[in-house]
Design a protein around this ligand. Structure first.
Ligand code: ADP
Ligand code: ZN
Length: 729
């Protein structure tokens, strides 16, 4: 449909941002110009609603008489949503059984940006000498150094009220600055600091660069061991895209990694890329969104939500650490950004690079089937060796009672301390202890909203639920038997390992690195600086430290509990354990000094542990592949989960039963459940699950639509469909 034809029509079909309504017809008022993709403001009852003009024909609608259609109120001053992104919105909604409005909203993710450009007023400290200060003003002065933002953002940042800051403006301590909300970003220069790639890296880079220049769809699996220079390789492809004036999107699994990436990128290209994540201030969001849409943001690095940004001229997508489950969103639209990135590349007709040292089985299967081109980097850059991996058998090498670090690891830690090298201990459990008991009566501290234990956090002096965020101070006495000072910690978390380290190496500077301590890009950057500058001897960390970081003086990695990930036993337990341990091992010996990894385990013979110790990745993947094939699991079969929940237990159960009772009986489709979910209570909602296992050839989405589409539930019941589920709790 060309633009001229639609704009001459006097009616148009809109995707409106209301998941229940989706599609409405409107009249285009005389003089207004719309085309497919135009972002508009439309009347809806007494309200106004944002919508996107959709291509005729694609959306169903009835032929309402033109005279009775309400006119659009305004065409918003932003570029129309480009056709490839409209196709992606349709595909994502279809595939994940989500309302198109919910998907489209992820693309139009800054309300302020839709109002157009213009100037906004921000404030900053003037530097004037303050006289006597109230405590609040003193606090604001201290916290706002170097900051510039709107009054409201500054107030939130400084922890004071708007009124305090307005008073400071009057007193001449803060000044207003007019800034252009659309101001351009510094342009990255593809020729700024070009590295010398080694022949293997160059060969891989050339394949991607060719595809960038050819401007066609080309999916790559960049499969290189940790430290092989995957980032350097795809950076050269980014340079090629910049050289032909196109934009690039780089997706990272954690915002904690962005700062690291920004610094490296800036060293290579002379200007930082544009960051996109949930921690941006509203004004930063607005500027980034508009520059993406106008083409001025050349390279965007972001979390999964960046995937739906309305790029003006996208030339390539990179998904780094593509195996990470953080790319799967488990609320709202339950999509997998890795898979949707490949679809976006297809619609945009551009290359997409999935980079990983431990690819997902699904991605390897695509490469084996010839659908992705596999680019292999078998060696670490610059002659660095892969670390030596040794098993510590906890059955024979027992830690002392009440401790978790076994003698061989204690010895290795002491050696590193003597040599002035750094160590990393990995335990994927935040807090001090996963379970707290009363010593008097055995009472277990549990979350009132979830079927989960409360986790003791000593640093912040809280008992916290890791599922819903519920927090209480540690009680003075047992709520059950009134025993004072009753709490006994069971099992280790990272904080407890740090305590144990203080006994082993009293002089060592220990950093506990988790989402509690690295909860913003700035804090992550400080952490990187501290470790790189030698200010930390031992890092104790969760999965957050398994990826991305490059610390040349880190030569020892200790895995406290290599068996932990296998406990839950879900579909990907072994694969995830393999990935996590291989990744964290990959942090050791990245510089000139060789690295060593000690895996503490009670199951040295388990296939995944043996594969890690022998470095036989191929054998592990081959065995996993066979297990998946036998189970009819992805990528050999299609899976979907149905999660039924309600605050009312009986209502949830009844709804789950109704769904189970109307299950279709189809050849090649097995339906398990309903059964209470492993997390039977989550955030105050009772939950039931069903699992659908279908043949690859079956149209799982249609089956689900036909089945669930006819059922009606009470308003308190939520029925969520999770296609290609990653979480089974
Ligand atoms: P990966 O992403 O595969 O783990 P990186 O891209 O982080 O690997 O590379 C590991 C280290 O080696 C980094 O410090 C990187 O700067 C360096 N490196 C890799 N390739 C080159 C190269 N061709 N020239 C200079 N340094 C390189
Ligand atoms: Zn909870």
């Amino acid at each position: 449909m060309n633009a001229a034809k639609t704009s001459s029509a006097s009616r148009c079909r809109c995707l409106v941002f209301n998941p229940g309504l989706e599609v409405l017809d409107y009249r285009v008022p005389a003089g207004a110009q719309v085309q497919p993709g135009s972002v508009v403001l439309a009347p809806l009852g007494p309200r106004q609603i944002v919508g996107i003009v959709w291509d005729d024909g694609r959306l169903p609608g009835d032929d309402y008489p033109l005279a009775r259609l309400r006119p659009l109120l305004q065409v918003l001053p932003v570029p129309p949503v480009p056709a490839p992104l409209r196709r992606l919105i349709e595909w994502t909604a279809d595939y994940y059984l989500s309302p198109m409005a919910s998907v489209a909203r992820m693309a139009l993710s800054s309300n302020a940006a839709l109002q157009g450009g213009g100037t906004i007023t921000e404030y900053r400290l003037t530097g004037a000498e303050p006289g006597r200060l109230t405590p609040q003003r003193a606090q604001a002065l201290e916290r706002l150094a170097g900051e510039q933002a709107t009054i409201r953002e500054l107030a939130a940042f400084a922890g004071v009220s708007d009124a305090v800051l307005r008073g400071m403006v009057t007193a001449g301590l803060l000044e207003a600055v007019r800034v252009d909300s659309d101001r351009a970003y510094p342009l990255p220069d593809p020729d700024h600091a070009v590295p010398d790639l080694n022949p293997g890296q160059q060969a891989a880079a050339d394949r991607i660069i060719d595809a960038v220049r050819a401007r066609h769809f080309a999916p790559f699996l960049l499969d290189g061991v940790t430290g092989s220079g995957k980032t350097e390789v795809y950076a050269e492809a980014i340079a090629a895209a910049l050289a032909i004036g196109r934009q690039v999107l780089v997706l990272l699994p954690e915002i904690a990694l962005t700062q690291n990436f920004l610094a490296r990128f800036e060293a290579r290209f002379g200007a930082a890329p544009v960051a996109w994540h949930s921690g941006l201030k509203a004004s930063e969001r607005r500027r980034a969104w508009r520059q993406v849409a106008l083409g001025g943001a050349k390279v965007v690095v972001g979390a999964r939500s960046a995937l739906f940004l309305p790029f003006a001229d996208l030339g390539m997508i990179v998904v780094d650490e593509a195996h990470e489950i953080a790319f799967k969103q488990d609320d709202g639209v339950r999509y997998n950004a890795r898979d949707v990135a490949v679809m976006r590349a297809r619609f945009e007709a551009i290359p997409v690079v999935l980079a990983s040292a431990t690819p997902a089985l699904e991605s390897l299967a695509m490469a084996d089937a010839g659908r992705y081109e596999r680019l292999i980097l078998p060696d670490r850059f610059g002659g660095a060796l892969m670390p030596d991996i040794r098993i510590v058998d906890l059955r024979t090498e027992q830690p002392e009672r009440g401790t978790w670090i076994a003698p061989p690891l204690v010895k290795a830690l002491k050696e590193r301390a003597e040599r002035g090298e750094q160590s990393l201990l990995f335990l994927n459990r935040r807090g001090y202890a996963p379970l707290t008991l009363c010593r008097g009566c055995g009472y277990r501290f549990c979350c009132p909203n979830c079927s989960a234990w409360l986790v003791e956090h000593r640093l912040s002096q809280r008992l916290a639920c890791h599922h819903c965020g519920h927090e209480v101070p540690p009680p003075a006495a047992c709520p059950e038997c009134n025993e004072p000072d009753c709490m006994v910690a069971c099992g280790p978390g990272v904080e407890r390992i740090a305590d144990e380290l203080a006994q082993i190496l009293p002089e060592a500077r220990v950093f506990v690195a988790t989402s509690d301590t690295l909860n913003s890009p700035d804090k992550a950057a400080q952490f990187v600086e501290l470790v790189s500058g030698g200010g930390v001897d031992v890092i104790v960390g969760t999965q957050l430290v398994t990826k991305g970081f490059h610390f040349p003086d880190l030569t020892l990695v200790g895995v406290i509990d290599a068996d932990m990930g296998l406990e839950g036993g879900d579909l990907r337990a072994a694969e995830r354990t393999y990935q996590q341990i291989a990744q964290v091992s990959g942090r050791a010996g990245r510089g000139e000094k060789p690295g060593e990894v000690l895996l503490q385990t009670r199951h040295p013979d388990a296939a995944v542990i043996a594969a890690l110790a022998s470095g036989d990745r191929d054998a592990f993947y081959a065995a996993e592949t066979e297990a998946r094939r036998d189970a009819g699991a992805p990528p050999f079969g299609r899976w979907a989960a149905i999660i039924v929940s309600s605050e009312d237990e009986a209502e949830a159960k009844e709804a789950a039963r109704a769904i189970g009772g109307t299950r279709p009986n189809l050849e090649g489709v097995a339906i398990l459940g309903p059964a209470p979910a492993p997390l039977a209570l989550l955030r105050g909602r009772y939950r039931y699950r069903l699992l659908i296992i279908a043949r690859r050839s079956s149209d799982l989405q249609s089956v689900l639509r036909d089945w669930l589409g006819t059922l009606k539930f009470p308003p308190g019941v939520r029925v969520a469909v999770d296609i290609d589920p990653y979480s089974f709790v």
